[in-house]
Design a protein around this ligand. Structure first.
Ligand SMILES: O=C(O)CCC(=O)C(=O)O
Ligand SMILES: [Fe+2]
Length: 453
């Protein structure tokens, strides 16, 4: 057999992309579908799905996942606010433990499939897994999941810019609706057929974006390119108004995103996104020793994680990759605290070892953090009867509170969300929040504290 070395800028003559791809990306792969069907390797329904996928870059599988599985997953998810340090969540900028950002639309739970057998059953639902194994011609390895409670509102993109696999086009993703999608909730959108558009290359030879090398202008150019290509090829934006249990599988190069939510308050849009590759491809994070274990799922399928060390000796359900932010939230929802009254611990929906409240007769609350944090950010939502000032102190070196170690923020009648930052090296483990009222009622709706360990 003679080997052939391809130059970087040349396609292999079989695929439209210089980076190759799956067999479904090969030019003329429709004919391969016909011959596989004729050979009895696939059935009629498989063939129909494959032809659709090859032409449009995605396929919808209605009722791919049963309600009972989804409901069991949602029950687990709803327990996250009461669970500490088990689930990781991420926004576009940072990661933290999921409990405190549960209701924050900017965050999604990462790699929930490690903790949840039901998430595994969703991502490896029978017809999803079958389709993946056909396009991969190998076992499917799920290497990343994102559980969205709210729409991502992420602009149209191709996952390959952020999801790095070798070879680069050897992956696919599934999107499973965990509830009926409401219009205006930030639906999934895509440009059908866009996987065949001209491809955008970062830095001459990459499908993935490297912010430090390419810079933001290159990223803007990438997004602009996707829009311009869709326009050039008359590809309309299509919205996926899924019903609970429906799945959409997209090809690596399909341009897709989430619309901006137009309904207020923003409705939930519970969905699970999974990125898979053939088991013989390699997610880039496999270069880190702690994260290249592959586990067999119960009903077929394999999985890995870049957040959890899945080696046999390790505890399975504890994230080990460093989270960027420690994030503590204190929820005092619905409990009215009057001046002079004590906010007692039973009114706090929080693990006792996590955050302790010491508050005697004065209206201030003192929070004792389980660890010292730097670069503190505090967010307090206060509902008050009149215009006032909120003052937040941190403990000075002498172990007391003084004006120099405090920040103030005006609060207005009604609801005010106060955001305070302390940059710098000062380590803080106690905070005093003083609404500064001389009388009247106030309600602390929410206190969130985060910072660097
Ligand atoms: O669900 C969405 O809004 C888009 C999610 C997405 O693009 C992704 O996770 O890759
Ligand atoms: Fe995406």
């Amino acid at each position: 057999m003679t080997g052939e070395i391809l130059s970087e800028n040349q396609s292999d003559g079989q695929h439209r992309s210089r980076f190759g791809g799956l067999w479904t990306d090969r030019i003329g792969s429709e004919h391969e579908v016909a011959s596989r069907l004729a050979d009895g390797l696939i059935g009629k329904e498989d063939a129909a799905r494959l032809l659709f996928f090859i032409e449009h870059g995605y396929v919808v599988i209605k009722n791919a996942v049963d309600y009972a599985t989804i409901d069991s997953l949602l029950e687990e998810i709803n327990r996250i606010p009461m669970t500490t340090r088990k689930y990781v969540a991420g926004s576009n900028n940072e990661s933290c433990f999921a409990e405190a950002v549960f209701d924050n639309p900017a965050y999604r739970v990462l790699d929930v499939h490690v903790n949840s057998v039901f998430a595994r059953k969703v991502m490896f639902a029978k017809e999803i897994l079958r389709f993946l194994e056909i396009i991969f011609e190998a076992d499917a390895l799920a290497f990343q999941t994102l559980l969205f409670r709210y729409g991502s509102q992420q602009g149209v993109h191709q996952d390959g810019a952020y999801v790095v696999v070798d070879p680069p086009l050897n992956f696919a993703a599934s999107w499973v609706a965990l509830e009926d999608v409401v219009e205006g909730a930030g639906e999934l959108i895509y440009y059908a057929g866009s996987h065949k558009n001209e491809e955008f290359i970062f830095g001459n030879n990459r499908k993935h974006f490297q912010i430090n090398v390419d810079g933001i202008p290159a990223h803007d150019a990438f997004l602009g390119h996707l829009e311009a290509q869709a326009e050039k090829h008359n590809q309309p934006r299509t919205t996926f108004l899924a019903n609970k249990g429906d799945a959409l599988i997209w090809a690596a190069d399909l341009a897709h995103g989430g619309t901006v939510a137009t309904k207020s308050p923003q409705p939930t849009r519970l969905s699970l996104v999974t990125h898979y590759c053939p088991v013989d491809a390699r997610p880039s994070y496999f270069d880190l020793d702690d994260f290249n274990s592959i586990i067999l799922a119960e009903d077929g399928g394999k999985y890995a994680s870049s957040w959890y060390d899945l080696r046999p000796r390790a505890e399975l359900d504890t994230p080990v990759r460093k989270v960027d932010k420690e994030y503590f939230a204190l929820k005092v929802n619905g409990v009215k605290a009057e001046i002079g009254s004590r906010i007692n611990e039973t009114s706090v929906n929080m693990h006792p070892e996590f955050l302790e409240i010491i508050s005697d007769t004065d209206p201030a609350v003192e929070l004792v953090l389980p660890v010292s944090l730097k670069n503190l950010q505090i967010e307090v939502t206060v509902e008050s009867e009149k215009n006032e000032t909120l003052q937040v102190f941190y403990l000075n070196d002498a172990g007391g509170y003084d004006e120099a170690n405090s920040l103030t923020h005006p609060t207005t009648k009604g609801l005010t969300r106060v955001h305070l930052n302390w940059d710098g090296d000062h380590s803080v483990d106690r905070i005093r929040i003083d609404p500064g009222f001389e009388g009247g009622r106030y309600l602390l709706r929410n206190i969130s504290i985060f910072g660097d360990k």
